[in-house]
Design a protein around this ligand. Sequence first.
Ligand code: ADP
Ligand code: ADP
Length: 224
Amino acid sequence: GSLLMADDLHKSYGPTPALDGAEFSIHPGEVVAVMGPSGSGKSTLLHCLAGIVRPDSGSVHYGGRELSAMSDSERSSLRRGEFGFVFQFGQLVPELTCVENVALPLRLNGVKRKEAEARSLSWMERLEVDAVAAKRPGEVSGGQGQRVAVARSLVTGPRVLFADEPTGALDSLNGERVMELLTEAARETRTAVVLVTHEARVAAYSDREVVVRDGKARDMAGAR
Ligand code: ADP
Ligand code: ADP
């Protein structure tokens, strides 16, 4: 069955709805691209799926449970444990080295420094950024920094990775390398990936595309 699914989501911030009856579902290990023009509701859909934004109506189920029926602390522990996040920029702590950045979520979960850094380094190897482990984010390239961010999002072993324009700040060569490594790691670990992008060449790394237009999400199953 579906790991995460949304039914008939509505959300308005003003007179024009950001979501107007959006549906979505994703299976373990599946990479789904959420596409559509700017302002169509992609980020709002992602935020509702991740339990960051509460929809006005409709439901989101994760592992068979409705997010709105959970307490705030249950939802935030989902976001710390079961869910991982990668954004376009500004996610690494500039004062920490790259390996300390990757280890941060483990350290916050109480994992001892040595073990946290060892686990972090093995993820950095998979994403081919172990060579910059001791550098600070300001000393690495954009593509390396984004791969460090991907390593950090996966180090806790999330079931769902939410990626909002993860390659938006990169040139196409670096963007494709990030997508290659991200989807390879996700498929190996059966992590579901909700990938928001407006770029077809980024969406090409997905198994399936969902197109959002005017707050309505349409599944393009079989379109590929
Ligand atoms: P996309 O990610 O496709 O660019 P968004 O989900 O960010 O679309 O936005 C959909 C619509 O909702 C836009 O008109 C946007 O301005 C509006 N919107 C999104 N978030 C907020 C917010 N926090 N407050 C007010 N309006 C918002
Ligand atoms: P994206 O296109 O990825 O959604 P944005 O810069 O539009 O990036 O949105 C960044 C954040 O600002 C999101 O949390 C979104 O909900 C919020 N936001 C988007 N549009 C508006 C808006 N019109 N007013 C207030 N907040 C907004």
